[in-house]
Design a protein around this ligand. Sequence first.
Ligand SMILES: CSC[C@H]1O[C@H](OP(=O)(O)O)[C@H](O)[C@@H]1O
Length: 323
Amino acid sequence: MGSVDQRTIDWDDGVVVLVDQCALPGEYRLLRLRTVAELIDAIQRLAIRGAPALGAAGALGVALAARHGVNVEGEAERLAQARPTAVNLAWGVRRALAKLPSGADAVLAEALAVLTEDEELCRTASGHAADLIRELCPRRPLRLLTHCNAGRLATVSWGTALGVVWHLHAAGEVEYVLVDETRPLLQGARLTAWELADVGVPYRVLPDVAAASALARGLVDCVVVGADRVAANGDVANKVGTYGLALAAARHRVPFLVVAPSSTLDEHTPSGDLIEIEERHADEVTSWGGVPTAPAGAPVFNPAFDVTPAELITAVVTERGPG
Ligand SMILES: CSC[C@H]1O[C@H](OP(=O)(O)O)[C@H](O)[C@@H]1O
């Protein structure tokens, strides 16, 4: 298992060090990246992923570029464009780039501040969400359902949706967590299950298509997920499948909570229909581990995210509390 003290992404004297999420759950290994090009590749392969973790990657990537001192603004733009949906990536890039006039050391200091703040913001936001679940859900212990991975691996350390689980589990308040496997890249089965097992939280992995019937059968007290971008009107972009989960939760009157640091709030995007949804490669859907799961050349629709309208969301919870 991984080291609890190891940050998902960190800086080591000019090297960006990150947990290689493509290798989990089979192998826990660290990648050491020295160039912006290497970091962009890791972001696009989802070796590093998750909105807050991408914010940290964006900031540290600018620190790398500033250290090399060649075409820093151009490198920063390439970083910001590496994945379009999570607002945090461009936010982290902008925040570090703003310090460039003060020099490379100032850029690095700002990037490291992003990492330190993220740990505290996610711990606080998930604490507020845990308190809200305690108010909304009378049953004890709690039965939770989550989609994709919004744990340590999606942030610098603590997590958002899974950060809620850590708070509740520490208080002995979790019966189990139902973990959507989250096709096509299986962040739930590969990463969330790995994190829950590492901490000793009871869980069961389920096919995404079984989540609605779990809700219909009364097996879930609350759904809790992360976010990649929250529009000004409260619409939420998150891993594809979140919208369908929210529809089923609303139908069965199960609270649906979104947990994110305020850096995921995007006041400049008025509504969810204006959020750019990343389309990913067809082979993520038509194969697994190099084994075809569809006819060669099968046409594919592979959006990495969807948008859940605000009216289906019980609350978006940040470090400032429920909103
Ligand atoms: C705490 S943000 C996690 C968020 O990011 C994931 O997307 P991806 O794995 O493609 O980076 C997913 O939407 C999670 O909810």
